[in-house]
Design a protein around this ligand. Structure first.
Ligand SMILES: *Cc1c(COP(=O)(O)O)cnc(C)c1O
Length: 373
């Protein structure tokens, strides 16, 4: 896994713990634990509470929860900032757009941004609240040319499902020079493969539903930032709007985070091997793999019908939407009407899990052969 520069991260429950110089795989395991006192549990318990005894700092279940705090501490340490958790990835996206965008603001955003993010931006534009400038995030020249007068630059990197990678460092510098804030949806990279704030991003968004939780059993979103003013505004907004996660959800995501390094390593290895083999397969016209991560996209020869046939012919792979679980899943993205026009009809998005790669290959190559159209 690439080395990410580290910076000290505060863990309120562990003042003795200095995470500077500690590798991300270690941070994912050690951060967000209870204090080391005799008979304290190793893991934060799930705290089910709508209200707390009066006179403290929290008071009410919409304002705070110790299980969220444990997760936020760990994710903040991984991204090198402070994190807030939300009911879903899209709740986190909505919170960031609301807090960062004044009425009349301008957002530069990928044409192929995640469908839900695009739908939120389209809805905001339809009410006249903001103006959206669509760009290809991998075309840095196009992104830079769109910055004049922008309030927010939004990047998904890599994008879902085209797997385009943005030059975050160059865009961040230019966005700041133009007076805009840069947000990166880093769901596909996870905090282990990229740390966008090290490259100058102001905020990072994750659908923890995907790789961070990793078991296809929970929805949760995260935002991380180093800007204490933005953090305070987001916290106020979350208290008011109430898009908070349940404590059980936060606990499940933290449980998933503990094995993130292992799962990403294995998923990435499987994805690399499968991308190589798929490039040689006669039924595959194009393979998209950014060179890191567990996601691969292929264009099946024979068009949308052939891609649908592959999706229904697999037996070990699971035909389902979403991604990032221990189980390998695939989906033809254009089966969704909301999917971007840039996404080819024949594109299958593959989320590589942790199964044996030869079993995955045997199942997928047989499905491709059987779907020959
Ligand atoms: C799934 C996803 C989201 C939305 O997250 P939910 O948890 O489903 O609300 C946002 N961005 C990306 C890149 C995603 O893949």
């Amino acid at each position: 896994m690439p080395d990410a520069p580290q910076q000290p991260a505060a863990d309120p429950d562990r003042p003795d713990l200095d995470l500077s110089g500690v590798a991300p795989a270690t941070v994912a395991v050690v951060a967000g634990r209870p204090p080391r006192v005799p008979d304290a549990p190793l893991n934060p318990p799930v705290t089910f509470a709508s209200t707390y005894h009066a006179g403290g700092d929290v008071e009410y279940g919409r304002y705070g929860n110790p299980t969220w705090t444990a997760l936020e501490t760990a994710v903040g340490a991984l991204e090198g900032g402070s994190a807030l958790s939300y009911a879903s990835g899209l709740a986190a996206v909505a919170a960031v757009l609301e807090v960062l965008l004044p009425d009349g603001g301008t957002v530069v955003a990928p044409r192929s941004a995640y469908t839900g993010t695009r739908a939120q931006l389209t809805a905001l534009e339809a009410t006249g609240r903001v103006q959206v400038r669509p760009v290809d995030p991998a075309d840095t020249t196009e992104v830079l040319a769109a910055l004049d007068g922008a309030t927010v630059v939004w990047l998904d990197s890599p994008t879902n499902p085209l797997l385009d990678v943005a030059d975050v460092r160059t865009v961040a510098a230019a966005a700041h020079a133009a007076g805009a804030a840069l947000v990166v949806d880093s769901t596909f990279a996870t905090p282990l493969l990229r740390r966008p704030m090290d490259d100058g991003a102001d905020l990072v968004v994750h659908s923890a539903t995907k790789l961070i939780a990793g078991h296809s059993d929970v929805l949760l979103g995260l935002v991380a930032t180093r800007d204490s003013t933005v953090l305070a505004r987001l916290d106020d907004q979350r208290r008011l709007k109430g898009a908070v996660p349940g404590p059980m959800e936060a606990w499940l995501v933290l449980r998933g985070l503990r094995t993130l390094a292992l799962r990403v390593e294995r998923g990435q290895r499987n994805a690399t091997t499968l991308a190589q083999r798929l490039r040689m397969h006669p039924r595959v016209d194009r393979v998209r793999y950014p060179g890191f991560g567990a996601m691969v996209a292929i264009e099946v020869s024979g068009g949308g019908a052939a891609a649908d046939a592959v999706a229904t012919a697999v037996r070990l792979w699971v035909h389902a939407t979403s991604l990032g679980g221990v189980e390998s899943t695939l989906e033809r993205r254009r089966r969704w009407e909301s999917e971007a026009a840039e996404v080819p009809e024949s594109l299958l998005r593959l989320s590589c899990g942790i199964e044996d790669v030869d079993d995955l290959w045997a199942d997928l190559s047989r499905a491709l052969d059987s779907a020959a159209g």
